[in-house]
Design a protein around this ligand. Structure first.
Ligand SMILES: [Zn+2]
Length: 410
């Protein structure tokens, strides 16, 4: 009798516990469910390079329809809608070259912000600005895609701290401290040590970002910069588009296990980058080889990086030497790894769509494929509440916290 009641209680406990979707659905139902979730919840994407792509194609307001539908790049309204991507952060990307300009690239930043304003102004039924999570939610309810902004490279702040507030007022909600080279704010993962982390001015920039309410983005920075920011920042930080160095040890702009843990401990969030040369070791090596060979030709022909001939060389190289194929599962591996190290509350998506020359995993080629990724996560045993956190809740928590810290310090 005693044994029977024990079995009964055990069965009751099992039936009461929430069964994981993968345990109660067949494959077809799971795929459908993944698609439903992609549309039931907001999906944030920490980094989309649409403004940079528009700049490259000579954007004018006459070509606004290319934002709705295009064969170029990865992001357009139709593909985003299809995949449920509703809050892509528009990257205001300032290449390292602009750091030498008299205005530190501020003019370029203003012009790219102008593109985002044009999109919202000309397509008001499809897109809207979003200055905080509440506005993203309101836009989502109205069926619109939010276009929050993040500035990739703090260079345009120049030497005047007031520019932090200037960019906040223009709608910028995160700033990546630097890009591929050291700047006057900090050391980059793509350069040799200059400041050994933050410069004296960089320390003031991080403080000012905390005060104003701009998220500090540690993607692209050197490890030394990362650790200083972790000590200094009063608010949690983000990696807007970074992956785990564990899978691609030569990629210094990816995060080590220790950095992932640290960012998690400080309540931050890592938005996983989908660029295959950052997430897969063989592709990282392939990319390094291709840059070396193209670099040699550039030197011989005295070509500059932005020369149109360089793009042609790259296209030809890729044709002659196809890149290794990377499956979408690799991105799920990165997410698993980060969850294992930092927990489910510290991971999100940061595709880098429109910024990686089409080098994306099979099954995750553009925003319409977001349900595929959710399906892979469900298959690995993630629950609906886990998916909700990865899609938007984790990033919203950090974003809200950054605003709170700013309110307290003002
Ligand atoms: Zn980047």
């Amino acid at each position: 009798m005693k044994q029977l009641s024990y079995v009964f209680l055990l069965l009751l406990a099992i039936s009461c516990a929430e069964k994981k979707p993968v345990d109660r659905m067949d494959d077809e139902a799971l795929q459908k469910y993944a698609d439903e979730l992609a549309h039931r919840y907001i999906i944030t994407d920490g980094h989309v390079d649409l403004p940079e792509r528009l700049k490259g194609s000579g954007f004018t307001t006459d070509s606004i329809n290319s934002v709705v539908k295009t064969k170029e790049g990865e992001f357009d309204y139709e593909r985003a809608k299809k995949g449920g991507l509703t809050a892509p952060f528009m990257s205001i990307y300032i290449p390292a070259d602009y750091q030498k300009n008299e205005d530190y690239g501020k003019g370029l930043a203003d012009s790219l912000i102008g593109y985002v304003n044009d999109i919202v102004r000309l397509l008001p039924d499809k897109f809207a600005h979003a200055k905080n999570p509440q506005e993203v939610e309101a836009n989502f309810k109205a069926g619109k895609i939010s276009l929050p902004m993040g500035m990739e490279n703090g260079s345009p702040i120049g030497t005047d701290l007031k520019n932090v507030k200037y960019f906040y007022d223009k709608g910028v909600r995160y700033i990546t401290l630097t890009h591929s080279k050291n700047n006057h704010i900090c050391d980059s993962s793509g350069d040799s040590a200059k400041w050994n982390g933050l410069s004296p001015f960089g320390i003031e920039v991080v403080k000012e970002m905390n005060r104003v309410g701009i998220m500090v983005d540690i993607s692209h920075v050197d490890d030394s910069t990362f650790y200083q920011v972790m000590k200094l920042s009063k608010a949690p930080c983000i990696a807007s588009h970074s992956s785990a160095r564990y899978f691609a040890p030569t990629v210094r702009r990816d995060m080590t296990d220790d950095m992932i843990k640290k960012l998690g401990e400080k309540d931050g969030v890592i938005s996983v980058n989908f660029y295959t040369a950052f997430v897969d070791s063989a592709t990282a090596n392939y990319q390094a080889r291709s840059f070396k060979e193209i670099g040699k030709i550039m030197q011989e022909k005295k070509l500059k990086f932005f020369d149109p001939e360089v793009e042609k060389l790259m296209t030809q190289y890729k044709k002659d030497h196809p890149a290794p194929e990377v499956d979408i599962e690799v991105i799920a591996n990165h997410i698993d790894h980060i969850v294992k190290l930092a927990g489910i509350d510290h991971v999100a998506f940061g595709s880098d769509f429109d910024g990686v020359g089409g080098m994306l995993p099979k099954g995750l080629e553009d925003p319409s494929k977001y349900p595929n990724l959710i399906y892979r996560l469900l298959k690995r045993g993630y629950t609906e509440s886990d998916i909700e956190k990865i899609c938007y809740k984790n990033l919203f928590r950090v974003w809200n916290k950054v605003e709170e810290v700013a309110k307290v310090s003002n």
